[in-house]
Design a protein around this ligand. Structure first.
Ligand code: CUA
Length: 341
């Protein structure tokens, strides 16, 4: 108050303007969180719902505390304020009150710990009848392996609806974090340390996610998708993924395969061919993916041509180099990739 009084009328108006401006910026930032379907407040599976219920409970308790504390504060300010001819009331210390005000939060936190710890313990167990998928976080993309089916894919994880998915996560280089907001919480993906997480998708659909641990230049381009299918449709997808790449190629695609084997096969694998590299994503069924490069770009001919021409220009820090291929060679490689369905 003394500080406000010291300001001129103009200074006070400026201060008010600055505060309102800050609120406006903050408010618009909230309104602009239009990140498509990434929304942890709209859970779409029992695991995410469990976390959301804990959040609701915590928020309800916090809201009640906020209202009570603010009410007491406002009452105190008015009741004990300075009046003409009377000093503001002076207090110092009240042991009984301080003990009570320590006990109440302690009891609230202890009470909240019960459902929280129970949820953590329940979700740490491997659910019965679950589908196991191994997740490896790499700069800057995700590798998924379906060990029972012998299938390896990247960035887009396909799962059946209604069945628990049990993930085993490990980092290949630095720490990443796996997050699909609508389906489950975050889990760190750490080199040399295995973590687990689980989720169930209620409905078929595409769920967006992303890496949420800063992991280098293209951390923001390390996205992912979970695509949930009806169980029969999922089995069909899995069977298709088990097939090797088809053999016979002609024209541009045949040239492209040759160029690919010379330049790309050390890092990428294509089952049924000599390409068995493991540094980059397995491309055996590349055309069944809607996106590429950490689920960052749509899998279109134009994007692929731009990508092969100069990967670091599209995704800073990417390990895939620019091989200096000619426009015709790039066209041929893309024609080859487009046969990998
Ligand atoms: Cu991986 Cu951030």
């Amino acid at each position: 108050m003394e500080l406000l009084k010291a300001l001129s009328a103009r200074g006070r108006r400026l201060l008010l303007g600055a505060v309102l401006g800050a609120f406006a910026v903050f408010g618009s930032a909230c309104a602009a969180t239009d990140v498509g379907p990434q929304d942890y407040l709209s859970p779409e599976g029992p695991v995410a719902r469990r976390a959301d219920q804990l959040w609701d409970l915590t928020f309800a308790i916090a809201a009640v505390i906020f209202i009570v504390v603010e009410a007491v504060l406002v009452y105190t300010i008015i009741r004990f304020r300075r009046r003409p001819g009377r000093e503001a009331a002076q207090f110092h210390g009240n042991t009984k009150l301080e003990v009570v005000l320590t006990l109440i939060p302690t009891l609230i936190l202890a009470g909240l710990a019960v459902p929280t710890v129970k949820a953590i313990a329940d979700l740490a167990e491997k659910p019965e009848g679950s589908l196991e998928i191994s997740v490896t976080g790499k700069q800057f993309w995700w590798e998924y392996e379906y060990p029972d089916a012998g299938v390896r894919t990247a960035n887009e994880m396909h799962v059946p609806t209604g069945r628990p998915i049990f993930l085993t996560l490990e980092g290949a280089d630095v720490i990443h974090s796996f997050w699909i907001p609508k389906l489950t919480g975050k889990q760190d993906v750490v080199p040399g340390h295995t973590n687990h997480m689980q989720f169930i998708a209620d409905e078929p659909g595409t769920y967006w996610g992303q890496c949420t641990e800063f992991c280098g230049l293209s951390h923001a381009n390390m996205r992912l998708r979970v695509i949930a299918h009806e169980p029969a449709e999922f089995e069909q997808w899995l069977e298709e993924q088990q097939e090797p790449a088809r053999g016979f190629l002609s024209g541009d695609a045949a040239d492209g395969e040759e160029i690919f084997m010379e330049n790309c096969a050390n890092c990428h694998a294509i089952e049924g061919t000599d390409a068995q590299g493991t540094l980059g994503p397995d491309l055996t069924h590349f055309m069944t993916r809607e996106t590429f490069a950490g689920a960052t770009f749509e899998n279109t001919q134009e994007n692929l041509e731009r990508w092969i021409d100069d990967p670091p220009a599209m995704k800073p820090g990417v390990q895939m180099p620019d091989y200096g291929l000619s426009a015709q060679e790039i066209k041929a490689v893309v024609a080859y990739l487009q046969t990998l369905d």
